[in-house]
Ligand binder design. Structure first.
Ligand code: ADP
Ligand code: MG
Length: 599
């Protein structure tokens, strides 16, 4: 019997490979636009006819190709972007597999024209189903033009598989959005089906590009986000919670300028909005990660829209807190935009990070509220700096010299009149507007931070009782308490099981002084049970339960100074704008907000 194995001709191999890369016209659009970007183009034009069935043309002013390169670029695994395997870990270009053009040329009629700056003449190549038809020299400006005609002309089955023009065009538009949002500094013009044209001029800011794409209306609906860590740099915009939509539109996530789908990070983003938007609504987001290419793997999917992060838990935690922080901040100063004001960055500097401890890296219980030794603490010495819009009242109320005062301690400003309102709020006039602090929520936040820290410090700050108390609980409470005795101790309770349903209490956490300790412990147990956020570990839950029990009981103090201290303590917390459960702690009402009520 003769041997039966033979090597497939390149044209067939390319057609098979093309199945992965070229699924529909939009895939061609993506590859050609990305190539133009990789070629350093500053201006890119795209022309589509019949939803890409008859024509997809991309013209760029990038660096062009030599005669040899123009011929070579259609070979499989022909790329100028990587040379050996280690380059795979440092990819900054959009393409790197050297497969796109070979695949496209296998399933369409392609005309390439390309010229480099240094060459007088360009090269023109016609290729059809992987077969070279013609090659000549031509006159043209520097850059490249790819014309892809009659996609799948040689694979009728694939051609028939294409969906309606409407659907194929919307896929193309999605690709256009991905590329246009990732590169605001590049000018694009898109001509689609002879009907639509989108002109996107060079934009100096991302916001400008977003507005150009989505219309002016989006301008006031976005909150800037920014985070600058060694691990990852995050920037972009997120939608204000009140503008969340019923549909999942306008959700874009980019990693090193590549549009990425990442279900877990999407979940993280949605989680950060929890309690702020109603169920089944979706906030807009335009989030950009800049991350060391060595710490991600983008190679797990042929069309490269999926990605894995080495430090995913950490990344998720950072993303979550960045978003929460941004939302909180936007309540303070609605018009704030980081493109104008840089002074808000969360000072979570990654610079002085000590040696990374692996157990944190893989700690499934990680949450951003837990102090991470790798994230140096926020400098809370002066919250007024972090929140200038509330802070500037200091400048307004104090005599001029104080404005340049850079001292670290905050003296209560003179005339710092705080008022108690409706037995619920502390109100204070600031130059940004009327600051309204929800007393109970604020205390919850403050005490939570305090007990959380106590849980982490040792020895535990415990205040011994003059006379130990014996406390009786129900049998179910007893079971819970026995399970959590260590956690109770860790926040500062000195308590032991005495037998049966009796416990003996010798000391309580500092700051919890109140008449009925049994009641306090019951309240903590109750809140502990209620709170189901899985990102919280037992100690944090307990700290929260304790904080809530205490906050519930405290009356608003009568003196203005004491109220001011609460505000001050609140702003010394990380993420002061929301409680760990996502409840708002304060709002600022501007003069406009009031004036509107009297129109
Ligand atoms: P990859 O982008 O993965 O390298 P492609 O098949 O998309 O693979 O392209 C092959 C090569 O052709 C690229 O590496 C690049 O050198 C060259 N090339 C493709 N498009 C352009 C263009 N618009 N301008 C200049 N060079 C290009
Ligand atoms: Mg490419």
């Amino acid at each position: 019997m003769p041997d039966i194995i033979k090597l497939l001709p390149d044209s067939v191999a390319n057609q098979i490979a093309a199945g992965e890369v070229v699924q529909r016209p939009a895939s061609v659009v993506k590859e050609l636009l990305e190539n133009a970007i990789d070629a350093g183009a500053t201006s890119i034009k795209l022309i589509i006819k019949d939803a890409g069935r008859t024509l997809i043309q991309v013209i760029d002013n990038g660096k062009g190709m030599s005669v040899t390169d123009a011929r070579l670029c259609f070979e499989r695994h022909a790329t100028s972007k990587i040379t050996d395997a280690k380059d795979l870990f440092a990819i900054r270009t959009m393409g790197f597999r050297g497969e796109a053009l070979a695949s496209i040329a296998a399933v369409a009629q392609v005309e390439l024209k390309s010229k480099r700056e240094e060459d007088e003449l360009g090269t023109c190549i016609d290729i059809e189903g992987s077969v070279l038809k013609d090659q000549s020299a031509c006159q043209m400006p520097t850059g490249t033009s790819f014309t892809v005609k009659n996609l799948f002309f040689n694979i009728p089955a694939r051609r028939n598989f294409l969906k309606t023009d409407h659907i194929e065009t919307s896929h193309i538009l999605e690709e256009i959005h991905h590329v246009a949002l990732a590169f605001p500094e590049i000018a694009f013009s898109f001509y689609i089906n002879d009907k639509e044209s989108i002109q996107l001029p060079v934009s100096s800011t991302l916001k400008q590009r977003i507005v150009n794409l989505f219309g002016k209306g989006i301008n006031d609906k976005l909150i800037p986000i920014e985070q600058d860590l060694e691990l990852v740099k995050i920037r972009g915009f997120i939608g204000k919670p009140e503008f969340a939509k019923k549909k999942r539109e306008e959700q874009y996530f980019f990693v090193n300028n590549r549009f990425i789908k990442h279900p877990y990070l999407h979940f993280t983003i949605m989680d950060a909005y929890k309690e702020l938007i109603t169920e089944k609504t979706y906030p807009a987001y335009f989030i950009y990660f800049d991350i060391n290419p060595a710490s991600i793997d983008i190679n797990i999917h042929p069309t490269k829209t999926e990605i894995t992060f080495q430090e995913e838990p950490m990344i998720r935690a950072v993303l979550r807190s960045t978003i929460k922080h941004a939302i909180g901040k936007s309540n303070l100063s609605p018009s704030l935009d980081f493109e104008r004001d840089q002074s808000f960055d969360i000072p979570l500097s990654y610079k002085d990070k000590p040696v990374v401890s692996p157990e944190i890296k893989y700690n499934p219980e990680f949450n951003p509220f837990k102090n991470d030794p790798r994230l140096p603490k926020k400098d809370t010495s002066n919250w007024e700096k972090l929140y200038p819009s509330t802070a500037d009242f200091k400048a307004v109320e104090q005599p001029a010299p104080a404005m340049s005062d850079s001292s670290d301690t905050i003296e209560p400003p003179e005339n710092s009149h705080c008022y108690s309102l409706l037995n619920t709020y502390i109100a204070r006039e600031t130059s940004a507007g009327l600051l309204m602090v929800h007393h109970e929520h604020a205390l919850t936040k403050i005490f939570f931070e305090r007990y959380k820290q106590q849980g982490e410090s040792s020895p535990k700050p415990c205040q011994q009782l003059m006379f130990p108390e014996t406390l009786e609980f129900s049998s179910s409470q007893t079971v819970l308490l026995q399970n959590m005795l260590e956690n109770f101790k860790s926040v500062g309770f000195d308590m032991d099981h005495f037998g049966g349903t009796t416990f003996i209490l010798r000391g309580i956490p500092v700051g919890t002084e109140q008449s009925d300790n049994r009641h306090l412990i019951e309240g903590v147990l109750h809140d502990f049970n209620q709170f189901s956020d899985e990102s919280f570990d037992k100690n944090n839950k307990l700290a929260l339960g304790l904080a809530k029990s205490i906050a519930r009981k405290k009356e608003i103090p009568s003196s203005s100074e004491a109220m001011y201290r609460i505000i001050q303590e609140l702003f010394n917390c990380s993420l002061p704008e929301i409680t760990p459960e996502g409840k708002r702690t304060f709002r600022i009402y501007t003069a406009d907000d009031f004036n509107k009520q009297f129109d």
